[in-house]
Design a binder for this molecule. Structure first.
Ligand code: FEO
Length: 172
């Protein structure tokens, strides 16, 4: 059964928002790269891969359900940051925004009685919980440890170890 037009539309928009998220986190990685904080840059480059995987999951779901998504224009992110904390706070705010978008997708699917899409979005609802928790933890870590050069160095080393693990439960 083909997707309801309103459901297809919000999923199409969500693909664009996930790709924008990847774009946004690229600017974070660039900022930290410039600052010489390669661990933070690595953390956000892994986040870029995560966001692209989110877009790919949604694309695959659309294709498998009779809808070919349209690749929309991606907005240009603001690249200016006041200090090392600013991207972390912008990231947390952004993830809260993405959560609201996912919830909106879910509501549109619910209104269309589209159980299959609701089930697919369930994964994203849980994922957003983790995304927000990760972003919040980075702010707390920075507040606790990032105020001294030694603490910042240790944090940077820790973030350098992050690796990308593709979501195994969702086809891309
Ligand atoms: Fe695709 Fe960071 O949520």
């Amino acid at each position: 059964m083909a997707l309801d037009a309103k459901v297809a539309d919000v999923l199409n928009t969500q693909i664009n928002k996930e790709l924008y998220s990847a774009y946004l986190y690229l600017t974070f990685a660039d900022y930290y790269e410039d600052r010489g904080l390669k661990g933070f840059a690595n953390w956000y480059m892994i986040q870029v891969e995560e966001e692209v995987s989110h877009a790919k999951i949604l694309r695959r779901y659309c294709l498998d359900n009779g809808f070919t998504p349209k690749m929309l224009q991606i907005d240009e992110p603001d690249k200016t940051f006041a200090d090392d904390m600013a991207p972390l706070k912008a990231g947390y705010e952004h993830e809260q925004y993405v959560t609201s978008l996912i919830h909106h997708c879910f509501e549109v699917a619910q209104e269309a009685h589209d159980i299959r899409t609701m089930q697919m979005l369930d994964w994203f609802v849980k994922e957003q919980g983790e995304e927000e928790a990760n972003a919040d933890e980075m702010i707390k870590n920075m507040e606790l440890f990032g105020t001294s050069p030694q603490g910042l160095y240790q944090l940077d080393r820790e973030y350098a170890t992050r690796v990308f693990t593709a979501p195994t439960s969702m086809p891309m």
